[in-house]
Design a protein around this ligand. Structure first.
Ligand code: UD1
Ligand code: UDP
Length: 376
């Protein structure tokens, strides 16, 4: 006979929560939350993939590494202009909400789907939660900054990764009671997979023996103008005389390198290993052992601070200033890269410290916040 308590649970309909993922950095943010919600009886998490990233090594590989289920809904949006991606996502996701209305929607990060799905949810009066709210680069030429501002202005609950993000929101007039500082959830993915990351043999696969740098670049401000990208390629060539450079080439960047006639300078240089985008486990294994990461990625700035690895961010600003003030990150110009590599090679780069609530427990705090807020 079924115990009374179990029977009582089976009578309660679990709350349906859509977790929206579109692009590579979203998968490691939804995975810990998916697993934390899945373990709860009050909740039924469903992954919605908008399909902005679709190559196997930009999407499927992450579902596999992070043990995410097949998406409940795949919107197959693909590539396009900002308006095309945002508009197509809104139209497709609105139709999903009309046939399979969720009790709550979690949007993550700052990609086009974040703003698009937040707008859909807000207009259908479905509670929307923004995971990674409150980050600001103060640079409105970045498409992501527009997505952050739009999303944070209309959502019901703002989950922030750090206290500086709370302060940004409060300065913009967001009522404090809508904000829960849950910490950095991306690092929960690292902790969830730490054992596999530690034992991965990426260095052997790439035949790396000595010190190496990991390079990732994909910001339009860096890669979408020939002169800027050429300057970066020249800086990377220069440091490849000091240590091996592993350049995991983002599809946007590959396209631009080819278009500007720069691809061979990366693929044929003796000190540079150009690779396809790597899976999460392989990539994080490389980061753990790198002398320095050279990047314009948001996630890599955070992961290197967490791991105490020197990080040179080739940008004029960052929406993650805590990685500079507390962690290992520095904003540099291409001309400053060689000196930075020398400093990292000599072991003089300060180790920094982990920001508060960057502890691998953010998903647990998010689950608690959601349960309370939905009164489940
Ligand atoms: C997007 C996000 C950015 C995020 C980045 C993470 C926005 C506005 N941009 O930028 O915030 O940091 O993802 O990687 O949402 N392409 C492929 N295969 C794919 C995906 C893209 O070949 O699977 C190529 C296409 O040529 C496409 C180009 O990459 O036009 C750019 O892709 P897109 O998704 O528009 O922007 P990202 O630069 O990836
Ligand atoms: N990443 C990966 N393989 C790669 C490059 C990046 O797994 O070859 C991971 C890494 O964890 C990083 C995350 O993808 O933090 C973020 O991706 P991206 O730089 O594309 O997006 P951003 O964080 O800039 O939005």
């Amino acid at each position: 006979m079924t115990p009374v308590r179990q029977r009582k649970y089976s009578l309660v309909t679990p709350k349906k929560v859509h977790l929206i993922a579109a692009a590579r950095p979203n998968f490691m943010k939804i995975a810990p939350l998916y697993h934390a919600l899945k373990a709860q009886k009050w909740c039924r998490p469903l992954v919605v993939h908008t399909g902005q990233h679709y190559d196997a090594n930009m999407s499927d590989a992450f579902f596999r590494d992070l043990t995410l289920p097949e998406p409940a809904h795949h919107l197959e949006i693909g590539s396009g202009t900002h308006a095309e991606q945002t508009g197509r996502t809104m139209i497709a996701y609105e139709a999903v909400c009309q046939t399979d209305r969720p009790d709550a929607i979690v949007v993550v990060g700052d990609v086009n789907a974040t703003a698009a799905c937040a707008m859909v949810g807000a207009k259908l009066w479905i509670p929307v939660i923004h995971l990674e709210a409150g980050l600001r680069s103060r640079d409105r030429r970045m498409p992501e900054e527009i997505n952050r501002l739009v999303t944070d202005a209309i959502v019901d609950v703002l989950w922030t990764p750090s206290r500086d993000a709370d302060a940004n929101l409060i300065a913009e007039g967001v009522p404090p009671e809508k904000i829960d500082c849950i910490g950095n959830i991306m690092l929960d993915s690292f902790e969830m997979l730490r054992a596999k990351i530690t034992t991965a043999d990426t260095r052997a696969q790439l035949k790396l023996t000595g010190p190496f740098a990991v390079v990732t670049l994909h910001r339009p401000s860096n890669v979408d103008a020939a002169a800027k990208l050429e300057e970066l390629v020249a800086a990377i060539e220069k440091i490849s005389e000091k240590l091996t450079v592993v350049f995991t080439v983002h599809p946007r960047t590959r396209k631009r390198l080819a278009e500007y006639g720069l691809l061979e300078r990366i693929t044929e240089a003796s000190g540079i290993r150009a690779t396809e985008p790597l899976g999460y486990i392989e990539f994080m294994n490389l980061v753990m052992h790198a002398t320095i990461a050279i990047t314009d990625s948001g996630g890599v700035q955070e992961e290197t601070t967490y791991l105490g690895i020197p990080c040179a961010t080739l940008r004029e600003n960052t929406e993650r200033p805590i990685t500079v003030s507390e962690g290992t990150n520095r904003l540099l110009k291409p001309a400053q890269l060689a000196a930075a590599v020398d400093e990292a090679l000599s072991g003089r780069w300060p180790k920094g410290r982990r920001p508060e609530l960057w502890d691998g427990q953010a998903a647990m705090r998010a689950e608690r916040s959601l349960r309370t807020r939905l009164q489940a």
